[in-house]
Design a binder for this molecule. Structure first.
Ligand SMILES: Nc1ncnc2c1ncn2[C@@H]1O[C@H](COP(=O)(O)OP(=O)(O)OP(=O)(O)O)[C@@H](O)[C@H]1O
Ligand SMILES: [Mg+2]
Length: 256
């Protein structure tokens, strides 16, 4: 490509608006992406043969999740927002996790560690056969993973479906047990928002904050997760309680 044939994106990045960093934080709220993220996205798309970005599946406070296409196949790009991912909120999930606590962490790069952390956690779940997106690559504040859904639509959250929840409950309990005992991870943001319903199974998503079982607050996070699971499935008519669930996940005998 000739040097003067800049893509529209590159020209945009070089434009006054993106080089001017004052008030960037305030601007990102409206723009969605700041200049650094756009540059990272541009590099990421080239490296990973992303043909095009299709549509945003979800746009939340801390991330935007897009469906995209790579070599004709659907994939998902998760973009962690630099401005709203609060240092103090995410520090506690990194500090006590020996896998990441040695990284050189600074306010400006903590969000990049977050992408790497979600990538590593998803890989660990896949290793033990837990249903979740397959992580493909990460770069700066971006994560590329497989798409969970059909041709028609991305998989819904389990809170959005009307099904018989007993089978799904058993699967979630079994997989939370595998996650804790074999993958040695605690999800730490478990809820009906982070379980997708796909091919009659619950898929675990949103693994950025998941911590190693040896994290000093792992027990606290596990308890909070399991209370959320019990709250949701009880509301769907499943007979479950926190004490038994905790034992099951930890692999301790349960008297029912
Ligand atoms: N691989 C995927 N395939 C299909 N849909 C996905 C995938 N990953 C995420 N999603 C959808 O995007 C939503 C948001 O993703 P995720 O939970 O990972 O982000 P988040 O950190 O909760 O973002 P925020 O807190 O800003 O809302 C999910 O609830 C799910 O509906
Ligand atoms: Mg989520």
């Amino acid at each position: 490509m000739p040097e003067n044939d800049l893509s529209a994106l590159e020209s945009l990045l070089k434009s006054h608006e993106f080089l001017y960093h004052v008030n960037l934080d305030r601007k990102t709220a409206d723009l969605v992406f700041d200049g650094r993220t756009l540059k990272a996205l541009y590099e990421f798309m080239g490296r990973n043969s992303i043909d095009y970005i299709d549509f945003p599946i979800s746009s939340g406070k801390e991330s935007v999740v897009f469906k995209a296409y790579s070599k004709g196949k659907p994939v998902v790009i998760k973009v962690y927002k630099l401005s709203t991912l609060r240092f103090a909120n995410i520090w506690k999930y990194i500090e006590g996790d020996y896998r990441f606590s040695k990284e050189r962490i600074h306010r400006s790069n903590i969000v990049n560690i977050w992408a790497k952390k979600e990538f590593t956690n998803l890989k660990q779940l896949r290793k033990y056969g837990i249903p979740c997106p397959r992580p493909i690559a990460f770069h700066k504040n971006l994560l590329l993973m497989s798409y969970v859904g059909t041709k028609v639509a991305p998989a819904p959250m389990i809170k959005e479906v009307s099904i018989d929840f007993s089978e799904i409950y058993n699967q979630v309990v079994e997989d939370l047990g595998i996650m804790y005992r074999k993958a040695k991870l605690v999800h730490a943001d478990m809820s009906e928002y982070n379980l997708l319903y796909h091919r009659r199974k619950a898929y675990f998503v949103d693994l950025g904050q998941a911590v190693d079982r040896d994290h000093p607050a792992a027990d606290y996070f596990l308890e909070r997760d399991l209370r959320n699971v019990v709250r949701f499935f009880s509301s769907k008519g499943i007979n479950c309680n926190f004490e038994n669930l905790l034992k099951k996940v930890k692999g301790e005998p349960v008297s029912e």
